[in-house]
Structure formats: C-alpha cells, structure tokens
Write a protein that binds this ligand. Structure first.
Ligand code: RIB
Length: 308
C-alpha cells in the first residue's frame, strides 16, 4: 500500500516556441488546463502502475478542485485523506517549449495548509510513504518522523529544489530520488564537493540502509546503496512535454517496490513510466498503465555493479 503525502494542483499550460528569459514575454497560441501537482502526479502514476494508493493532501473549495482530482478518482486512488479547505486549490503556470522543456511557477494555495497529523491512522509497516518537497518543510519533517515511529518505509522525492535545509531528513528516509540539480543541492548541504560527479553525489546521498536514485533525464539514471551501484539508460522516445516525467518515474518506481520487485526491476519500471509520460502534453495525460510500463521495462537493461 502506498500513501502519498503531497501537493495537488491545477496546471495551466501554454505551449511556446521557446521558454522566456527573465523579463521576456513569449506568446503561444492557446492554453490548456490539466490536473497536476507533484504529489497528485505521483499518486496517479503509482495507481496506473497497479498499486493501491491513498492520497493525503488538500484542495480548495473553488472551481479548480474537481478537475485537479478527476484523474485520481478515475484511477481509483483513495481520496478519503484529501481535505476540501476554504481557500484556493494549488495552481501551476507552465510554459512548455517546442523541445519539450518546461518552466513552472507554482502558487501553493491550500497545499500550504496540509498538516502531518492528517496522517494519523494512515501509517504502518505495510505502507510505503511517498513525499516530495512541494509542501512546507515542517509537515514534511513531521510526516517522516511519524512514518519512522509507525515502521513505514519512506521514499522522499527531493523535488522541487530550493530547500537544502531538508538535507538533514535523509538520515530518516529509506529511499531518496533526486534529479541532478536536487542531488547537487542536497550533496553540498551534506558536505560533498561542489564539483562532485553524479556518481559521487549519489554515493554521498545513499548509505548502507538508504537507496539513492539520481535521475538524469534523457541519460537515464544512476542509483547507489552502500557499495552497490545500478545504472539504467533511458529509452529513445519522441518527447512532447517533460512536465511530470520525474513524478511518473517516482510513481512507477514506488509501485514496483511496493509489490516486492527488486531494485533493478523497479528502476527499469520507473524509467519506463517516466519516459512514456513525456509523450503527450500535461503531467498526467500520458502517465502509463502497468502493461505499457512492463512492455517498455522489458527492453531496458539495468547495469548492476553490486558489491555483495
Ligand atoms: O512535477 C510537475 C508538477 O510540478 C506540475 O504538475 C505542477 O503542478 C508542479 O507541481
């Protein structure tokens, strides 16, 4: 069972010829709205990958709340832990360039009022708790402490970057997933050299009891736990929109771990989920089902340099 403690947003997306520089205006043809938020995207990805998922978070009592939850409802995610608060649903304004790269500005809305005591009764040794850093730092810290006390496993996705202070949390999580920017930020906070290689950062963030995964976009990923190292090359895909690719990785990876897959298979399934999620506009639109993930994961090779 996976419990996702995180953000729920509505995404307003504009396709652009290229992303604007600071102070610049770029005009696109139209906008589209999609369900989003790192927490919700990860919950959806895990559910589509076949896991039983409960979402703990908040939406407002505005017109964005229903569309923000629609995909989660359709995928059978348990929304009994989602509160409807007086205020506005989280909102992300996203520019997507012709090459699939994005730029995201986020307004937290009621995500800023999510509290860790909403996890009361949700955590046990059967649960994999999945968190990101789009909520405030205090409830994230509190949620990790509660998970530890309840014997739940914890997967922390270090996205988005910007709060190196949370690096101290790593000692209390079982799995950390970071992209290169987030890994560098966390690595520096933990004393790694500023020019450390991805492998060195991964090793610095992992530990004998902690698996660290550093995602590298089109270059795949590297993962470390103690002296064990795994590498997966990303499949070639036609990229339309990279928004939510990291979330789809986390959801697919968590779903595989939750059903007992070994690390190598879980990394391949996460990589497949992240790649397939890039094939349509919108963070959740192309989040793949278990069959599509398995088919693509079967074609991937996990280079496994295990120590023991
Ligand atoms: O990771 C992508 C997500 O980041 C978007 O869906 C947006 O809502 C922001 O939270």
């Amino acid at each position: 069972m996976i419990a996702v403690f995180g953000s729920i947003n509505l995404d307003l997306v504009v396709s652009l010829p290229r992303l604007p520089a600071p102070g610049e205006t770029i005009v696109g043809p139209d906008h589209q709205s999609f369900a989003g938020g790192k927490g919700a995207n990860q919950a959806l990805a895990a559910a589509r990958a076949g896991a039983r998922v409960r979402m703990i978070g908040a939406v407002g009592q505005d017109a964005h709340a229903g569309p923000a939850l629609a995909n989660l409802e359709a995928a059978g995610v348990d929304l009994s832990g989602v509160r409807r608060l007086d205020g506005t649903t989280g909102l992300a304004m996203i520019g997507v360039a012709a090459n699939g790269e994005n730029q995201i500005m986020c307004a937290s809305g009621v995500n800023a009022r999510v509290a860790a005591d909403w996890l009361e009764g949700e955590l046990s040794s059967e649960v994999l708790l999945v968190l990101q850093r789009e909520l405030r730092a205090e409830p994230i810290r509190d949620a990790v402490a509660r998970a530890r006390a309840a014997g739940a496993r914890v997967l922390l996705n270090a996205a988005p970057s910007g709060d190196a202070d949370l690096a101290s949390l790593l000692d209390d999580v079982d799995i950390v997933v970071a992209n290169e920017i987030e890994a560098a930020e966390l690595g520096c906070a933990r004393g790694a050299a500023g020019d450390a290689s991805v492998e060195a950062l991964c090793a610095a963030l992992g530990g004998t009891g902690r698996l660290c995964v550093v995602t590298l976009g089109a270059r795949g990923l590297v993962a470390c736990k103690g002296a064990d190292v795994w590498r997966v090359a990303a499949p070639r895909i036609d990229v339309v929109d990279t928004t939510g690719a990291g979330d789809a990785f986390v959801g697919g990876f968590a779903a595989a771990l939750d059903r007992g897959a070994d690390v190598a298979r879980a990394l391949c399934e996460g990589t497949a989920a992240g790649a397939l999620a890039c094939t349509a506009t919108g963070a959740q639109t192309a989040s793949p089902d278990a069959g599509a993930i398995a088919d693509l994961a079967d074609t991937l090779v996990c280079d496994d340099a295990r120590a023991g």
